[in-house]
Design a protein around this ligand. Structure first.
Ligand code: G6P
Length: 607
């Protein structure tokens, strides 16, 4: 989603602002802009489409200045045109915004009635006018912002520049993240630490409701009640290198191949190899007393939740409710007293998941989160933080974060099982051993990269693709279909194998490839029957299974992809690899923008 950067600097800022925007490209955007302050003027340049267009515009019409703000916009209110691109400005004020101003309509009507003229269709422009009105009435920038913030409803991160002040910017956050960065005689604002990585490692994460005045000397932070507050300065740890592609063609490809390392890294903090036990962070809550777990997430993280449901029920005999966050919070869910609510999110900022978390917290639930960004809002609001150690995930389509989530959830399932007396020491030790094997199994799965690349041309021409799976591999079928549609724009559906004959079978013909995920095991025969139903109708099957499964049912398939034979607990992690690679290579074959697919955002901070 939208990315924000602001610099109060001692050198020219335009190029550095654009560089910061480049670091946030991964969030997804459809227009971009910058505004500098120089000689008592606001100098604004904007362009629709990719950042390259803004760079061309800046080459034609440079924006001088030692201070400025910049933005990548993911359209919510108003089409992705230049006039809707940020910064939005009046004579006095320019600002950039991430989030949504929910009450923008009445605000806009009132402003229009007071004679203000609007240039865009955005919700953001009302804030520029509101602040401007106050400045025109003679208020200082600080007092103007102080007067306007309480009028805004919704979620926002803002960075505001003032025509008459070339020594300060004001930032504010409510619902959308914003960080302050400290340099040598320079101070920065950014949506995340990554955007500021080449500028500084010294970061302050603003709290909900905070607003901040940054100058070359530093930052003055105020809370919702306008009291000056001190927030800790931390080392961000975000390095510029972490967001480079290295020898890979795309971030997604790099991230798929990082999985053995990052999953091992993640497991290391949840497993005690010597004792052969699962170890979780200490909490002030008796996990043995839980009667029910509610798991809520969005997108790929929701499919991790689906897998977790199978594991928690099977291993810990613990009833689990799962839901996508956007449905959960509005369906008035029944939350048992003393229950555990678990939220899964790569970013830790997804607006719907965060709102669901707060709903559960208000209802007295204990809050656990599995997040990849340890400084995120969800991480900070949780009672139990279960971090994944996937490192920054830049590709919009989630890959390594997903397998790391599964690693944590598998460890949690085992831990709950032990706590509930459903798993003895020997069983726990066996589970630990299986989890330790995951990185090697992921490597074995990745070894099929070339073969999968070679078969991509079989799938690339398809208009529709079906993915089938059973048990804990059913969510993998959903994930495979999601990956394919996200980055190759081919319509794809995931189905529980047994459900196929209740509808999707009507779609089967020789033009609809069916990808079957079926490790050998007790349910294999049943899935093979479903495959036969496809084949009997002229359908073309790609079977992803182990050597045993392929020997039994591979004949007559359009293609087969052989996975290592693994314990059912770790199969979902391993089978994630071929579906990721298949989607990746099909997208490359189709020539789509793999890392920044159209219309998608990495972190969805609006509801
Ligand atoms: C967006 C991303 C997906 C991601 C989903 C949930 O839709 O494009 O890749 O799975 O949000 O994000 P989260 O950060 O909460 O896991």
């Amino acid at each position: 989603m939208c990315g924000i950067i602001g610099i109060v600097g001692k050198e020219q800022v335009a190029d550095r602002l654009v560089d910061g925007l480049r670091r946030m490209e991964y969030r997804g955007y459809d227009s971009a802009g910058v505004c500098t302050v120089e000689g008592g003027q606001l100098i604004r340049r904007r362009a629709e489409g990719k950042l390259g267009n803004l760079v061309i515009e800046l080459a034609r019409n440079p924006a001088q200045g030692l201070i400025g703000i910049a933005h990548t916009r993911w359209a919510t209110h108003g089409a992705p045109t230049t006039s809707n691109a940020h910064p939005h400005a009046t004579e006095q004020v320019a600002l950039v915004h991430n989030g949504i101003i929910e009450n923008f309509k009445p605000l806009r009507e009132a402003l229009t009635a007071r004679g203000r003229k609007f240039e865009s269709e955005t919700d953001t422009e009302v804030v520029a006018h509101l602040v401007s009105e106050q400045v025109e009435a003679g208020l200082s920038p600080q007092d103007a912002v102080k007067a306007v913030l309480p009028q805004l409803r919704g979620a926002f991160a803002l960075a505001i520049a003032f025509r008459a002040h070339d020594d300060m910017l004001i930032g504010a956050r409510l619902g959308s993240p914003l960080v302050v960065g400290y340099g040598e005689g320079e101070t920065y604002l950014g949506s995340d630490a990554l955007a500021l990585a080449p500028l500084t490692q010294r970061i302050t994460y603003l709290e909900e409701g905070d607003w901040v005045v940054i100058t070359r000397e530093g930052a003055q932070i105020f809370d919702t009640d306008n009291n000056e507050v001190t927030r800790p300065i931390v080392a961000s740890g975000a390095t510029a290198a972490a967001i480079e592609k290295g020898n890979y063609r795309h971030f997604m490809q790099k991230e798929i191949f990082e999985q053995p390392v990052v999953v091992a890294q993640t497991l290391r903090s949840y497993l005690r190899r010597v004792e052969q036990t699962v170890a979780l962070p200490q909490i002030d809550f008796d996990l043995a007393s839980i009667n029910r777990v509610t798991i809520v997430a969005c997108g790929t993280s929701f499919y991790a939740a689906m897998v977790a449901k199978y594991w928690f029920e099977q291993f810990a005999r613990l009833p689990v409710d799962i839901d996508v966050a956007s449905e959960f919070r509005y369906r008035d869910p029944v939350l048992e007293e003393g229950g555990l609510s678990l939220f899964i999110s790569q970013s830790g900022e997804t607006a719907d998941t965060l709102a669901a978390l707060r709903h559960c917290k208000a209802a007295g639930q204990t809050i656990a989160v599995v997040v990849n960004v340890p400084t995120s809002t969800m991480a900070r609001e949780a009672d139990l933080l279960l971090p994944t150690h996937a490192g920054p995930e830049i590709g919009v389509a989630s890959t390594k974060a997903f397998t790391c989530q599964l690693a944590v959830l598998a460890a949690l399932a085992a831990h709950l099982a032990v706590k509930r007396g459903r798993m003895n020491r020997a069983e726990e030790a066996a589970i630990v051993e299986h989890l330790v094997e995951v990185p090697a199994a992921l490597n074995a799965a990745l070894a099929h990269d070339e073969e999968i690349a070679a078969m991509a041309h079989l799938i690339a021409p398809a208009r529709d693709v079906l993915y089938l799976g059973r048990g804990a591999d059913y969510p993998l079928a959903l994930e495979g279909a999601l990956k394919l549609k996200e980055i190759s724009y081919i319509h794809a559906e995931g189905y529980a194998s047994g459900e196929m004959k209740h509808g999707p079978i009507a779609l089967i013909d020789e033009l609809v490839p069916v990808i079957v995920l079926a490790p050998s095991g007790p349910l294999f025969e049943k899935t093979v029957s479903n495959m036969q139903e496809v084949r009997a109708r002229g359908g073309k099957v790609v079977l992803i299974s182990d050597a045993e499964g392929i020997a039994e049912a591979g004949e007559g398939c359009l293609a087969t992809i052989e996975m290592p034979k693994v314990h059912p607990l770790i199969a979902p992690l391993v089978y994630a690899v071929p579906v990721q690679l298949l989607a990746y290579h099909v997208a490359v074959a189709k020539g789509t923008d793999v890392d920044q697919p159209r219309n998608l955002a990495k972190s969805v901070t609006v509801e």
